[in-house]
Design a protein. Sequence first.
Length: 484
Amino acid sequence: MAACSAVVAVVRRLPIWSVPVVWTLALGLWGLSREYSVWRDEAATWQVARRSAADIWHMLGQVDVVHGFYYLLMHGLFACFGPGTTTLRLPSVLAMAVAAACVTVIGSRLAGAWAGLGGGLVFGLLPAVQFHLQEGRPYALIAAGAGISTLLLVTVLQRERGGRGAHWAAYGGAILVCGLLNWLSLLIVPAHAATLAWARAPRAVWVRWATASAVGVAGVLPLILFSRRQSGQVSWIPPLTWHMLIGPAVLLAIGCLGALLDRPRTGRVSVAAVGLPLLVVPQLGLLGLSLIRPLFLDRYVLFSMLGLALLVGAALGAAVRAVRPGFPRASSWLVPVLVAVAVAALLPQSLAKRSPASRVDDVLATAVHVRRLKQPGDAVLFAPSARRDTALVSPDDFAGLRDIALAQSPVASGTLKGVEADPARIRTAMLAQRRILLITDAPGVARPLSGGRDRTKAAVLREYFTVVADEAVRGRRLLVYERL
Protein backbone atom coordinates (compact mmCIF):
# COMPACT_ATOMS: atom_id res chain seq x y z
CA MET A 1 0.00 0.00 0.00
CA ALA A 2 2.83 2.36 0.89
CA ALA A 3 4.58 1.57 -2.38
CA CYS A 4 1.38 2.30 -4.31
CA SER A 5 0.99 5.63 -2.54
CA ALA A 6 4.60 6.51 -3.34
CA VAL A 7 4.01 5.78 -7.04
CA VAL A 8 0.89 7.99 -7.04
CA ALA A 9 2.85 10.77 -5.34
CA VAL A 10 5.61 10.56 -7.95
CA VAL A 11 3.09 10.64 -10.81
CA ARG A 12 1.42 13.74 -9.35
CA ARG A 13 4.76 15.53 -9.23
CA LEU A 14 5.44 14.88 -12.93
CA PRO A 15 4.85 17.84 -15.27
CA ILE A 16 1.53 17.59 -17.08
CA TRP A 17 3.17 17.56 -20.50
CA SER A 18 4.93 14.28 -19.69
CA VAL A 19 1.67 12.34 -20.03
CA PRO A 20 0.99 13.29 -23.69
CA VAL A 21 4.69 12.81 -24.45
CA VAL A 22 4.64 9.23 -23.19
CA TRP A 23 1.26 8.70 -24.87
CA THR A 24 2.53 9.93 -28.25
CA LEU A 25 5.74 7.94 -27.96
CA ALA A 26 3.70 4.81 -27.26
CA LEU A 27 1.50 5.45 -30.30
CA GLY A 28 4.58 6.03 -32.42
CA LEU A 29 6.53 2.98 -31.30
CA TRP A 30 3.48 0.74 -31.70
CA GLY A 31 4.03 -1.11 -34.99
CA LEU A 32 6.89 1.20 -35.97
CA SER A 33 8.34 -1.15 -38.61
CA ARG A 34 4.90 -1.47 -40.28
CA GLU A 35 5.60 -5.15 -40.88
CA TYR A 36 9.00 -4.14 -42.25
CA SER A 37 7.59 -2.15 -45.15
CA VAL A 38 8.84 1.06 -46.76
CA TRP A 39 6.89 2.96 -49.39
CA ARG A 40 8.12 5.13 -52.25
CA ASP A 41 8.34 8.47 -50.40
CA GLU A 42 10.30 6.90 -47.54
CA ALA A 43 12.44 5.03 -50.07
CA ALA A 44 13.59 8.40 -51.41
CA THR A 45 14.73 9.37 -47.90
CA TRP A 46 16.41 5.99 -47.40
CA GLN A 47 18.40 5.91 -50.63
CA VAL A 48 19.45 9.58 -50.53
CA ALA A 49 20.48 9.44 -46.87
CA ARG A 50 22.87 6.60 -47.68
CA ARG A 51 24.81 8.74 -50.14
CA SER A 52 27.81 10.81 -49.10
CA ALA A 53 27.27 14.44 -48.17
CA ALA A 54 29.01 15.48 -51.40
CA ASP A 55 26.73 13.25 -53.47
CA ILE A 56 23.65 14.62 -51.71
CA TRP A 57 24.81 18.17 -52.42
CA HIS A 58 25.34 17.25 -56.07
CA MET A 59 21.82 15.81 -56.27
CA LEU A 60 20.21 18.89 -54.71
CA GLY A 61 21.39 20.95 -57.64
CA GLN A 62 19.24 18.78 -59.90
CA VAL A 63 16.28 17.63 -57.82
CA ASP A 64 14.58 17.68 -54.39
CA VAL A 65 16.41 20.73 -53.03
CA VAL A 66 13.29 21.50 -50.98
CA HIS A 67 14.11 18.44 -48.84
CA GLY A 68 17.87 18.96 -48.79
CA PHE A 69 18.15 19.96 -45.13
CA TYR A 70 16.15 16.90 -44.10
CA TYR A 71 18.23 14.57 -46.27
CA LEU A 72 21.44 15.84 -44.72
CA LEU A 73 19.98 15.36 -41.24
CA MET A 74 18.97 11.79 -42.05
CA HIS A 75 22.40 11.17 -43.62
CA GLY A 76 23.96 11.96 -40.27
CA LEU A 77 21.54 9.67 -38.42
CA PHE A 78 22.09 6.82 -40.87
CA ALA A 79 25.85 7.26 -40.49
CA CYS A 80 25.56 7.06 -36.69
CA PHE A 81 22.89 4.38 -36.27
CA GLY A 82 22.78 2.58 -39.60
CA PRO A 83 19.92 2.44 -42.13
CA GLY A 84 16.72 0.76 -41.03
CA THR A 85 13.05 1.42 -40.40
CA THR A 86 13.73 2.49 -36.80
CA THR A 87 16.34 5.08 -37.76
CA LEU A 88 14.12 6.19 -40.63
CA ARG A 89 10.99 6.80 -38.53
CA LEU A 90 12.07 7.40 -34.95
CA PRO A 91 12.87 11.10 -35.57
CA SER A 92 9.23 11.59 -36.56
CA VAL A 93 8.03 9.83 -33.41
CA LEU A 94 10.22 12.02 -31.20
CA ALA A 95 9.21 15.16 -33.08
CA MET A 96 5.50 14.45 -32.67
CA ALA A 97 6.08 13.89 -28.95
CA VAL A 98 7.65 17.35 -28.76
CA ALA A 99 4.67 18.80 -30.65
CA ALA A 100 2.26 17.09 -28.21
CA ALA A 101 4.18 18.58 -25.28
CA CYS A 102 3.87 22.06 -26.82
CA VAL A 103 0.11 21.63 -27.28
CA THR A 104 -0.21 20.56 -23.66
CA VAL A 105 1.78 23.47 -22.26
CA ILE A 106 0.00 26.06 -24.41
CA GLY A 107 -3.44 24.66 -23.59
CA SER A 108 -2.66 24.47 -19.87
CA ARG A 109 -1.46 28.07 -19.74
CA LEU A 110 -4.41 29.47 -21.65
CA ALA A 111 -7.35 27.28 -20.65
CA GLY A 112 -6.37 25.12 -17.68
CA ALA A 113 -4.82 21.74 -17.01
CA TRP A 114 -7.64 19.65 -18.44
CA ALA A 115 -7.64 21.62 -21.68
CA GLY A 116 -3.89 21.15 -22.02
CA LEU A 117 -3.96 17.47 -21.15
CA GLY A 118 -6.93 16.80 -23.42
CA GLY A 119 -5.35 18.66 -26.33
CA GLY A 120 -2.03 16.87 -25.93
CA LEU A 121 -3.69 13.45 -25.84
CA VAL A 122 -6.01 14.24 -28.75
CA PHE A 123 -3.11 15.45 -30.90
CA GLY A 124 -1.54 11.99 -31.05
CA LEU A 125 -4.90 10.45 -32.01
CA LEU A 126 -5.64 12.69 -35.00
CA PRO A 127 -5.59 10.50 -38.14
CA ALA A 128 -3.21 12.80 -40.03
CA VAL A 129 -0.84 12.84 -37.07
CA GLN A 130 -0.96 9.06 -36.71
CA PHE A 131 -0.06 8.70 -40.39
CA HIS A 132 2.99 10.98 -40.23
CA LEU A 133 3.93 9.82 -36.75
CA GLN A 134 5.59 6.83 -38.40
CA GLU A 135 6.70 8.41 -41.66
CA GLY A 136 10.31 8.81 -42.76
CA ARG A 137 9.69 12.31 -44.10
CA PRO A 138 10.15 15.83 -42.64
CA TYR A 139 6.55 16.77 -41.81
CA ALA A 140 6.57 15.62 -38.19
CA LEU A 141 9.75 17.62 -37.59
CA ILE A 142 8.01 20.67 -39.01
CA ALA A 143 5.10 20.10 -36.62
CA ALA A 144 7.55 20.08 -33.72
CA GLY A 145 9.15 23.32 -34.92
CA ALA A 146 5.72 24.90 -35.34
CA GLY A 147 4.79 23.84 -31.81
CA ILE A 148 7.97 25.31 -30.37
CA SER A 149 7.57 28.61 -32.23
CA THR A 150 3.92 28.88 -31.15
CA LEU A 151 4.83 28.17 -27.53
CA LEU A 152 7.50 30.87 -27.67
CA LEU A 153 4.97 33.33 -29.10
CA VAL A 154 2.47 32.55 -26.33
CA THR A 155 5.22 32.94 -23.74
CA VAL A 156 6.04 36.40 -25.06
CA LEU A 157 2.39 37.45 -25.18
CA GLN A 158 1.91 36.46 -21.55
CA ARG A 159 4.87 38.56 -20.44
CA GLU A 160 5.34 42.30 -20.40
CA ARG A 161 7.72 44.48 -22.40
CA GLY A 162 7.71 42.40 -25.54
CA GLY A 163 9.67 39.40 -24.27
CA ARG A 164 13.38 38.80 -23.96
CA GLY A 165 15.83 38.72 -26.82
CA ALA A 166 16.52 35.03 -26.24
CA HIS A 167 12.85 34.21 -26.86
CA TRP A 168 12.81 36.07 -30.15
CA ALA A 169 16.12 34.56 -31.25
CA ALA A 170 14.74 31.09 -30.55
CA TYR A 171 11.50 31.99 -32.34
CA GLY A 172 13.35 33.16 -35.45
CA GLY A 173 15.50 30.02 -35.34
CA ALA A 174 12.41 27.78 -35.17
CA ILE A 175 10.86 29.56 -38.16
CA LEU A 176 14.13 29.18 -40.08
CA VAL A 177 14.45 25.45 -39.37
CA CYS A 178 10.82 24.81 -40.32
CA GLY A 179 11.31 26.73 -43.55
CA LEU A 180 14.46 24.79 -44.41
CA LEU A 181 12.59 21.52 -43.87
CA ASN A 182 9.83 22.70 -46.23
CA TRP A 183 9.35 26.32 -47.14
CA LEU A 184 5.54 25.99 -47.27
CA SER A 185 5.72 25.77 -43.47
CA LEU A 186 6.31 29.53 -43.56
CA LEU A 187 2.51 29.76 -43.71
CA ILE A 188 2.78 29.68 -39.93
CA VAL A 189 4.04 33.28 -40.05
CA PRO A 190 0.70 34.80 -41.16
CA ALA A 191 -1.04 32.48 -38.68
CA HIS A 192 1.01 33.99 -35.87
CA ALA A 193 0.32 37.47 -37.23
CA ALA A 194 -3.41 36.74 -36.91
CA THR A 195 -2.83 35.64 -33.31
CA LEU A 196 -1.03 38.88 -32.50
CA ALA A 197 -3.87 40.89 -34.04
CA TRP A 198 -6.51 38.88 -32.15
CA ALA A 199 -4.65 39.30 -28.87
CA ARG A 200 -4.12 43.03 -29.53
CA ALA A 201 -0.40 42.69 -28.96
CA PRO A 202 1.44 45.92 -28.11
CA ARG A 203 3.60 47.63 -30.68
CA ALA A 204 6.84 46.39 -29.08
CA VAL A 205 5.76 42.78 -29.59
CA TRP A 206 4.80 43.45 -33.21
CA VAL A 207 8.18 45.02 -33.95
CA ARG A 208 10.19 42.21 -32.40
CA TRP A 209 7.99 39.54 -33.98
CA ALA A 210 8.35 41.14 -37.40
CA THR A 211 12.13 41.31 -36.99
CA ALA A 212 12.47 37.68 -35.87
CA SER A 213 10.11 36.44 -38.59
CA ALA A 214 11.88 38.47 -41.26
CA VAL A 215 15.24 36.99 -40.28
CA GLY A 216 13.82 33.46 -40.40
CA VAL A 217 12.12 34.01 -43.76
CA ALA A 218 15.23 35.70 -45.20
CA GLY A 219 17.25 32.61 -44.32
CA VAL A 220 14.82 30.46 -46.32
CA LEU A 221 14.51 32.84 -49.28
CA PRO A 222 17.49 31.39 -51.26
CA LEU A 223 15.92 27.94 -50.96
CA ILE A 224 12.56 29.27 -52.18
CA LEU A 225 14.12 30.95 -55.20
CA PHE A 226 16.30 27.97 -56.14
CA SER A 227 13.49 25.42 -55.66
CA ARG A 228 11.41 27.22 -58.29
CA ARG A 229 13.84 25.80 -60.88
CA GLN A 230 12.70 22.34 -59.82
CA SER A 231 8.97 23.10 -59.82
CA GLY A 232 8.38 20.27 -62.28
CA GLN A 233 8.67 17.87 -59.35
CA VAL A 234 5.21 18.87 -58.14
CA SER A 235 3.60 18.79 -61.58
CA TRP A 236 1.80 15.58 -60.59
CA ILE A 237 -0.29 17.35 -57.91
CA PRO A 238 -3.84 17.67 -59.28
CA PRO A 239 -5.66 21.01 -59.54
CA LEU A 240 -8.12 21.95 -56.82
CA THR A 241 -11.54 20.32 -56.96
CA TRP A 242 -14.60 20.81 -54.79
CA HIS A 243 -14.20 17.47 -53.02
CA MET A 244 -10.69 18.52 -51.95
CA LEU A 245 -12.28 21.33 -49.93
CA ILE A 246 -14.38 18.98 -47.79
CA GLY A 247 -11.54 18.13 -45.39
CA PRO A 248 -10.53 21.75 -44.70
CA ALA A 249 -14.22 22.69 -44.29
CA VAL A 250 -14.76 19.98 -41.68
CA LEU A 251 -11.63 21.04 -39.81
CA LEU A 252 -12.79 24.66 -39.88
CA ALA A 253 -16.19 23.68 -38.45
CA ILE A 254 -14.61 21.69 -35.61
CA GLY A 255 -12.16 24.51 -34.92
CA CYS A 256 -14.89 27.13 -34.76
CA LEU A 257 -16.86 24.98 -32.31
CA GLY A 258 -13.84 24.68 -30.06
CA ALA A 259 -13.23 28.42 -30.31
CA LEU A 260 -16.82 29.16 -29.24
CA LEU A 261 -16.39 26.99 -26.15
CA ASP A 262 -13.11 28.64 -25.20
CA ARG A 263 -13.09 31.11 -22.34
CA PRO A 264 -9.83 32.93 -21.65
CA ARG A 265 -8.57 32.46 -18.10
CA THR A 266 -6.47 35.60 -17.85
CA GLY A 267 -5.36 38.42 -20.10
CA ARG A 268 -6.22 38.83 -23.76
CA VAL A 269 -4.59 35.65 -25.08
CA SER A 270 -6.93 32.69 -25.47
CA VAL A 271 -6.79 29.24 -27.00
CA ALA A 272 -9.08 30.50 -29.76
CA ALA A 273 -6.68 33.34 -30.55
CA VAL A 274 -3.83 30.86 -30.92
CA GLY A 275 -5.50 27.69 -32.17
CA LEU A 276 -7.97 28.98 -34.73
CA PRO A 277 -5.44 30.96 -36.82
CA LEU A 278 -3.00 28.07 -36.57
CA LEU A 279 -5.65 25.74 -37.95
CA VAL A 280 -7.27 27.97 -40.54
CA VAL A 281 -4.64 30.34 -41.95
CA PRO A 282 -2.19 27.68 -43.29
CA GLN A 283 -5.08 25.75 -44.87
CA LEU A 284 -6.48 28.86 -46.55
CA GLY A 285 -2.99 30.01 -47.53
CA LEU A 286 -2.20 26.72 -49.25
CA LEU A 287 -5.59 26.78 -50.99
CA GLY A 288 -4.80 30.27 -52.24
CA LEU A 289 -1.38 29.23 -53.54
CA SER A 290 -3.00 26.25 -55.24
CA LEU A 291 -5.15 28.58 -57.31
CA ILE A 292 -1.90 29.84 -58.86
CA ARG A 293 -0.17 26.45 -59.07
CA PRO A 294 -1.57 23.12 -57.81
CA LEU A 295 0.11 22.50 -54.45
CA PHE A 296 -2.64 21.34 -52.14
CA LEU A 297 -1.45 18.32 -50.17
CA ASP A 298 -2.54 18.10 -46.55
CA ARG A 299 0.93 17.01 -45.44
CA TYR A 300 2.31 20.42 -46.38
CA VAL A 301 0.19 21.97 -43.62
CA LEU A 302 0.26 19.05 -41.19
CA PHE A 303 1.42 21.49 -38.50
CA SER A 304 -2.05 23.09 -38.58
CA MET A 305 -3.24 20.04 -36.61
CA LEU A 306 -1.64 21.70 -33.60
CA GLY A 307 -4.39 24.30 -33.79
CA LEU A 308 -7.09 21.66 -34.06
CA ALA A 309 -5.75 19.82 -31.00
CA LEU A 310 -5.64 23.07 -29.02
CA LEU A 311 -9.27 23.84 -29.87
CA VAL A 312 -10.49 20.32 -29.10
CA GLY A 313 -8.60 20.50 -25.81
CA ALA A 314 -10.33 23.81 -25.01
CA ALA A 315 -13.70 22.16 -25.67
CA LEU A 316 -12.78 19.30 -23.30
CA GLY A 317 -11.69 21.77 -20.67
CA ALA A 318 -15.00 23.62 -21.02
CA ALA A 319 -16.88 20.33 -20.62
CA VAL A 320 -14.98 19.59 -17.39
CA ARG A 321 -15.84 23.03 -16.01
CA ALA A 322 -19.51 22.55 -16.92
CA VAL A 323 -19.73 19.17 -15.19
CA ARG A 324 -17.68 20.04 -12.09
CA PRO A 325 -20.35 21.99 -10.07
CA GLY A 326 -22.87 19.15 -10.15
CA PHE A 327 -20.52 16.18 -10.30
CA PRO A 328 -17.13 17.18 -8.86
CA ARG A 329 -15.75 13.64 -8.72
CA ALA A 330 -17.03 12.63 -12.13
CA SER A 331 -15.49 15.72 -13.74
CA SER A 332 -11.97 14.43 -13.13
CA TRP A 333 -12.79 11.32 -15.14
CA LEU A 334 -14.41 13.10 -18.08
CA VAL A 335 -11.29 13.68 -20.21
CA PRO A 336 -9.82 10.16 -19.65
CA VAL A 337 -13.17 8.57 -20.50
CA LEU A 338 -13.66 10.65 -23.64
CA VAL A 339 -10.10 9.92 -24.78
CA ALA A 340 -10.70 6.20 -24.18
CA VAL A 341 -13.86 6.39 -26.29
CA ALA A 342 -11.89 8.15 -29.04
CA VAL A 343 -9.20 5.45 -28.89
CA ALA A 344 -11.84 2.73 -29.27
CA ALA A 345 -13.57 4.55 -32.12
CA LEU A 346 -10.32 5.16 -33.98
CA LEU A 347 -8.81 1.73 -33.30
CA PRO A 348 -9.66 0.27 -36.74
CA GLN A 349 -8.10 3.28 -38.41
CA SER A 350 -5.09 3.20 -36.10
CA LEU A 351 -4.50 -0.45 -36.97
CA ALA A 352 -4.90 0.29 -40.66
CA LYS A 353 -2.33 3.08 -40.60
CA ARG A 354 0.20 0.64 -39.12
CA SER A 355 -0.21 -1.86 -41.92
CA PRO A 356 1.66 -1.86 -45.25
CA ALA A 357 -1.69 -1.41 -47.03
CA SER A 358 -1.94 2.13 -45.62
CA ARG A 359 0.63 3.27 -48.19
CA VAL A 360 0.56 3.17 -51.98
CA ASP A 361 3.26 0.52 -52.27
CA ASP A 362 6.09 -1.33 -50.53
CA VAL A 363 9.53 -1.36 -52.09
CA LEU A 364 10.95 -3.92 -49.65
CA ALA A 365 8.34 -6.61 -50.32
CA THR A 366 9.15 -6.54 -54.03
CA ALA A 367 12.85 -6.96 -53.32
CA VAL A 368 12.16 -10.16 -51.38
CA HIS A 369 10.46 -11.67 -54.45
CA VAL A 370 13.33 -10.58 -56.67
CA ARG A 371 15.78 -12.46 -54.47
CA ARG A 372 13.62 -15.58 -54.76
CA LEU A 373 12.96 -15.52 -58.51
CA LYS A 374 16.19 -14.22 -60.01
CA GLN A 375 18.61 -16.54 -61.81
CA PRO A 376 22.23 -16.11 -62.90
CA GLY A 377 22.47 -14.01 -66.04
CA ASP A 378 19.07 -12.33 -65.61
CA ALA A 379 18.50 -8.69 -66.50
CA VAL A 380 16.17 -6.25 -64.77
CA LEU A 381 14.02 -3.37 -66.00
CA PHE A 382 11.95 -0.77 -64.19
CA ALA A 383 8.83 0.86 -65.62
CA PRO A 384 8.49 3.65 -64.80
CA SER A 385 12.14 4.23 -63.99
CA ALA A 386 11.21 5.63 -60.55
CA ARG A 387 10.54 2.02 -59.47
CA ARG A 388 14.33 1.62 -59.43
CA ASP A 389 14.01 2.70 -55.80
CA THR A 390 13.45 -0.96 -54.93
CA ALA A 391 17.00 -1.79 -56.03
CA LEU A 392 18.45 1.35 -54.45
CA VAL A 393 16.99 0.54 -51.03
CA SER A 394 17.74 -3.23 -51.21
CA PRO A 395 20.87 -3.58 -53.40
CA ASP A 396 21.80 -6.99 -51.96
CA ASP A 397 18.55 -8.51 -53.27
CA PHE A 398 19.45 -7.34 -56.77
CA ALA A 399 23.03 -8.60 -56.70
CA GLY A 400 23.90 -10.32 -59.97
CA LEU A 401 21.12 -8.65 -61.97
CA ARG A 402 22.09 -6.30 -64.82
CA ASP A 403 20.10 -3.07 -65.07
CA ILE A 404 20.18 -2.99 -68.87
CA ALA A 405 18.30 0.32 -69.35
CA LEU A 406 20.49 2.37 -67.00
CA ALA A 407 23.02 4.65 -68.66
CA GLN A 408 24.08 6.69 -65.62
CA SER A 409 23.51 5.75 -61.98
CA PRO A 410 21.43 7.94 -59.65
CA VAL A 411 24.53 8.93 -57.67
CA ALA A 412 26.61 9.81 -60.73
CA SER A 413 23.76 11.72 -62.38
CA GLY A 414 22.69 13.49 -59.18
CA THR A 415 19.13 12.23 -59.53
CA LEU A 416 16.74 10.00 -57.60
CA LYS A 417 16.23 7.38 -60.31
CA GLY A 418 19.26 7.64 -62.62
CA VAL A 419 19.40 8.36 -66.33
CA GLU A 420 18.31 5.69 -68.78
CA ALA A 421 19.62 5.06 -72.29
CA ASP A 422 17.68 6.11 -75.36
CA PRO A 423 14.87 3.79 -76.57
CA ALA A 424 16.92 2.27 -79.40
CA ARG A 425 19.71 1.19 -77.05
CA ILE A 426 17.19 -0.20 -74.55
CA ARG A 427 15.59 -2.24 -77.33
CA THR A 428 18.93 -3.64 -78.46
CA ALA A 429 19.92 -4.56 -74.90
CA MET A 430 16.58 -6.28 -74.28
CA LEU A 431 16.79 -8.38 -77.42
CA ALA A 432 20.16 -9.72 -76.23
CA GLN A 433 18.61 -11.18 -73.05
CA ARG A 434 17.17 -14.60 -72.32
CA ARG A 435 15.30 -13.62 -69.13
CA ILE A 436 14.20 -10.20 -67.90
CA LEU A 437 12.68 -9.24 -64.55
CA LEU A 438 10.34 -6.24 -64.78
CA ILE A 439 9.50 -4.15 -61.70
CA THR A 440 6.38 -2.05 -62.21
CA ASP A 441 3.23 -0.90 -60.43
CA ALA A 442 0.42 -3.25 -59.43
CA PRO A 443 -2.72 -2.98 -61.58
CA GLY A 444 -4.69 -1.13 -58.91
CA VAL A 445 -2.26 1.80 -58.71
CA ALA A 446 -0.55 1.69 -62.12
CA ARG A 447 -0.79 4.65 -64.48
CA PRO A 448 -0.45 4.37 -68.26
CA LEU A 449 3.21 4.23 -69.22
CA SER A 450 4.41 7.46 -70.78
CA GLY A 451 7.64 8.33 -72.55
CA GLY A 452 9.44 6.55 -75.36
CA ARG A 453 11.63 4.46 -73.06
CA ASP A 454 8.79 2.84 -71.11
CA ARG A 455 6.70 2.28 -74.22
CA THR A 456 9.70 0.62 -75.87
CA LYS A 457 10.16 -1.70 -72.89
CA ALA A 458 6.49 -2.71 -73.00
CA ALA A 459 6.47 -3.24 -76.78
CA VAL A 460 9.62 -5.42 -76.85
CA LEU A 461 8.45 -7.54 -73.93
CA ARG A 462 5.04 -8.02 -75.53
CA GLU A 463 6.45 -9.01 -78.93
CA TYR A 464 9.53 -11.08 -78.10
CA PHE A 465 9.02 -12.43 -74.56
CA THR A 466 6.46 -14.40 -72.61
CA VAL A 467 5.52 -14.09 -68.94
CA VAL A 468 6.62 -17.05 -66.80
CA ALA A 469 6.00 -15.48 -63.38
CA ASP A 470 3.73 -12.67 -62.24
CA GLU A 471 3.65 -11.55 -58.61
CA ALA A 472 1.78 -8.51 -57.31
CA VAL A 473 2.54 -7.52 -53.75
CA ARG A 474 1.65 -4.37 -51.81
CA GLY A 475 1.27 -2.02 -54.75
CA ARG A 476 4.21 -3.31 -56.79
CA ARG A 477 4.34 -5.99 -59.48
CA LEU A 478 7.20 -8.28 -60.46
CA LEU A 479 6.98 -10.04 -63.83
CA VAL A 480 9.55 -12.52 -65.11
CA TYR A 481 9.84 -12.72 -68.89
CA GLU A 482 11.58 -15.38 -70.97
CA ARG A 483 12.53 -15.07 -74.65
CA LEU A 484 10.11 -16.74 -77.04
